[in-house]
Design a protein around this ligand. Structure first.
Ligand code: ADP
Ligand code: MG
Length: 292
């Protein structure tokens, strides 16, 4: 590509809110076969809300939620915000906690009045040898609805299953349809559980799902997609996404996301609307077509 055509292409993209930090990215985008998206905050709004809460026999709903929220108040995960907000809506007063710890990609734990409380994904509580079979039916139903099931244990006993759900961004379905029209495969990479990820992917017509990916596993998931489909672009917003943004053939960060993600990416989407992704692709194709 000539420097002039690249300049024209990146200029047109900038008008649509797509900043190419280097001209090479416009060329690299042209060769991409698969576009992988982070789920939370990229395909979805990233503002989950509590949708369901079922307590186990012998537990009081408000008391359990107060314990959960007390622990989550110390976490910065979007799920934590949802749970704290839910407790606040019920006007619950939150007990003091000590010994708070985050188990990355899994959940959180702390002590409330000296009693241990664990909150997180099923794989977290299972790693603590907890038997969640009493919640199995509910978990399957919640996941099939595209909700994320979470569990709370109090003093080592399964106390509740809860679910959070996050709205798909308004432009996401149209963005995916346009990428398909351009002949690309669309993939999703998420730390969320298989069932939930599948349900959301099916609803959106996403071709490939890499779920239950640990924060340091996104680069590995990209490699897997590259082996199967060819050159891969990755779109993400979070701190967790930075290594994958750097490792992808083209990394695109959401401009409203974290600074660390933006710094790692070659392309920045100034607005959260994913329709900018197929638009950028179309511009890259037009640019390279003109100079051949
Ligand atoms: P994602 O960005 O997809 O949410 P994470 O690696 O941050 O991926 O989290 C993966 C999973 O770990 C979440 O879907 C949730 O089940 C669990 N988890 C992480 N942090 C928390 C938390 N603060 N409270 C409850 N569950 C959590
Ligand atoms: Mg995210």
């Amino acid at each position: 590509a000539t420097p002039t055509s690249i300049m024209v292409g990146t200029g047109r993209a900038a008008e649509l809110g797509v900043l190419f930090r280097k001209g090479e990215a416009l060329q690299a985008l042209h060769g991409v076969k698969v576009i992988a998206f982070d789920k939370t905050g990229t395909l979805t709004e990233g503002k989950p809300q509590l949708t369901d809460l079922h307590v186990n026999e012998g537990f009081d709903e408000d008391a359990v939620l107060a314990h959960i929220a007390a622990v989550e108040r110390r976490s910065e995960h979007p799920i934590a915000e949802a749970l704290v907000a839910a407790a606040r809506e019920r006007n619950l007063s939150l007990p003091e906690v000590s010994d708070f710890d985050t188990v990355t990609g899994m959940g959180v734990r702390a002590k409330v009045d000296g009693v241990r409380v664990d909150v997180g994904a099923d794989r977290y509580l299972k790693s603590l040898n907890m038997d969640l079979s009493v919640f199995a039916g509910a978990a399957q139903r919640l996941a099939s609805e595209g909700k994320t099931p979470l569990y709370a244990a109090i003093d080592g006993k399964p106390a509740a299953i809860l679910a959070v759900a996050d709205k798909v961004k308004q432009g996401t379905p149209a963005a995916i349809a346009a990428l398909h029209d351009l002949g690309l495969k669309v993939a999703m990479i998420t730390g969320d559980n298989q069932g939930t990820a599948r349900a959301i992917a099916d609803e959106l017509g996403i071709d490939a799902v890499e779920a239950e990916v640990m924060p340091d596993g996104k680069v590995e998931a990209l490699k897997h997609l590259r082996q199967q489909h060819g050159a891969v672009a990755f779109v993400g917003d979070g701190i967790n996404d930075a290594p994958a943004l750097a490792a992808a053939d083209v990394g695109l960060a959401i401009g409203t996301g974290t600074d660390i993600a933006i710094e790692a990416a070659q392309v920045v989407l100034m607005r959260g609307d994913l329709r900018a992704v197929p638009q950028a692709l179309a511009i890259s194709r037009a640019t390279l077509r003109n100079i051949r």
